[in-house]
Design a protein around this ligand. Structure first.
Ligand SMILES: [Mn+2]
Length: 325
């Protein structure tokens, strides 16, 4: 089935007159890397495809090959000629529908992903849940269709793979991740650029905010779990962007000896975002019961209309708007 779908997607891409790519709402190394690798392949066929991103590309990814093809303009969807939409690393069908609705025509939607919570919203759904990254699914697409990725495409795919596996250290790291990585390296992927984009990008201000989070760690020995909290004040006083804060849960996951961790943080629009990581528990299931999603070992959800409050006992809790009334 996987092979059949890879060939079907290849046909759709080559036949399409006006394709558009969409990267997940939450831009990261994988959603961007996999979309840009495919954009690079299309460029080799003489087509420059716009890659829609919901917000501006974070600084650390701006040097990725073909990053200049990214656009935040919703106007690109107003083209009635659009006949194909390919979505990368996005499990959220509502987000995709809200964009596809803007297209006056009736395009085919292809969904390329690896999230277990993906709702299979496409006409064609290449969702491989045991793939370590969407980049690995795109790599398989290349292999299945006898396409040799350019050095640029290989660099984009390695970025996706390194991002989702936290450089081959987390639970998503399997034999396939290492196998794909070695093939990409042999194909000329620029590994130093990838590591640079992933790690050498935290400002001192961002580290101060991480410091606040480290100081507040609460340990639940019974659950073998830690939790920590970041308020808007922490984030805004230090003048750091949300994407600079991202990565804290991955970092904690890399260095702590507990089974599970949660990072709570207040968002600019009055919600609390919860990121979870675990070595053994299915956090995607937990996220799902709260309306969120993700992977077995890395998932998250949002608590609407809520904020974080530190009690007199020094313990943090989430207060929802209905509780304050
Ligand atoms: Mn991914």
């Amino acid at each position: 089935m996987e092979s059949y779908l890879h060939r079907q997607i290849h046909d759709l891409l080559l036949k399409a007159r006006e394709p558009v790519f969409i990267s997940d709402e939450r831009i990261d190394g994988d959603s961007l890397g996999s979309a840009l690798a495919m954009a690079d392949f299309m460029a080799s066929r003489g087509k420059t495809i716009p890659v829609y991103v919901a917000s501006t590309v974070p600084e650390q990814y701006r040097r990725l090959p073909r990053a200049h093809q990214c656009t935040t303009s919703l106007q690109i969807f107003e083209n009635p000629e659009i006949d194909l939409v390919v979505v990368f690393d996005c499990s959220d069908g509502d987000f995709v529908r809200s964009l596809v609705e803007r297209i006056p025509g009736n395009p085919t939607v292809v969904n390329i992903d690896h999230h277990t919570t993906n709702s299979r919203y496409g006409h064609v759904n290449q969702v491989i849940v045991d793939a370590p990254a969407t980049a690995a699914v795109v790599h398989q697409f290349f292999e299945e269709n006898q396409i040799i990725p350019s050095r640029d495409a290989a660099t984009c795919l390695l970025t996706g793979l390194c991002f989702d596996t936290t450089a081959f250290s987390n639970g998503a790291t399997n034999e396939r991740a290492l196998d794909v990585a070695s093939k990409l390296l042999l194909g000329g992927a620029r590994v130093h650029d990838v590591i640079h984009a992933m790690f050498h990008n935290r400002s001192v201000c961002a580290l101060r905010v991480w410091g606040a989070a480290l100081e507040r760690i609460e340990e639940d020995r019974e659950q073998n779990m830690i939790s920590t909290y970041l308020t808007r004040k922490d984030i805004e006083e230090n003048n750091v962007s949300d994407d600079e804060i991202d990565g804290l849960s991955n970092f904690l996951n890399l260095v702590t000896n507990v089974d599970m961790l949660r990072v709570f943080r207040e968002t600019a629009d009055g919600q609390v975002k919860v990121s979870m990581r675990s070595l053994t528990r299915d956090v995607a299931e937990i996220a799902k019961t709260h309306g969120g999603g993700g992977h077995k070992r890395a998932a998250g959800y949002v608590i609407p209309q809520s904020r974080l409050v530190c009690g007199e006992d020094g313990c943090w809790r989430v207060v929802t708007a209905s509780e304050t009334r």
